[in-house]
Design a protein around this ligand. Structure first.
Ligand code: CA2
Length: 144
């Protein structure tokens, strides 16, 4: 995997600024920099994207393949539990992806227990904090 896209959904731009007990104290740019340095060490390229808007995430997924992206890491935030549109975008482009959640969604409210993406993801990393993003990228870099 040479070109990897990291997508973060709604409110994840606030990482490190609020609720550190739930989401840790690293900022989103810290997380992106850590993932980028792993990808670069392996000679690959990381593209990052965060949005609070569902349609923008759908468009980025639709365009990813044309731009040479080979795999995606996504934390869809609250869209995990609501978005048929993001599911359909992944089904349409057939790009492999890993789903990451910082918190353990199964320890939280019941409405967070269902994901519209997990059954079509390569795999899911849940509840390991922001380290989950690094684990996801190491997996992808060691695959194929
Ligand atoms: O645990 C995760 O990574 C979640 O995807 C985070 C979402 C939540 O809706 C999902 O159920 C699980 C919420 C993201 C909110 O991000 C914030 C980060 C810092 C401060 C406040 C919110």
């Amino acid at each position: 995997m040479n070109k990897i896209l990291l997508i973060n959904g709604p409110n994840l731009n606030l990482l490190g600024q609020r609720e550190p007990e739930k989401y840790g104290s690293s900022s989103l740019s810290d997380v992106e920099a850590a993932v980028r340095s792993i990808v670069n060490e392996h000679g690959g390229q990381l593209v990052t994207f965060q949005s609070n808007h569902e349609g923008e995430i759908v468009e980025v997924i639709q365009n990813a393949k044309k731009q040479g992206v080979e795999a995606v890491i996504i934390n869809p935030g609250a869209f995990t539990h609501t978005s048929v549109a993001i599911r359909d975008a992944f089904l349409a482009v057939q790009l492999p992806f890993v789903e990451v959640h910082i918190s353990n969604i199964f320890k939280r409210e019941e409405f967070r227990h269902h994901s519209y993406l997990s059954d079509i993801a390569i795999g899911c990393i849940i509840g390991l904090g922001v380290q989950g993003y690094e684990l996801a990228v190491l997996y992808l870099l060691n695959t194929k």
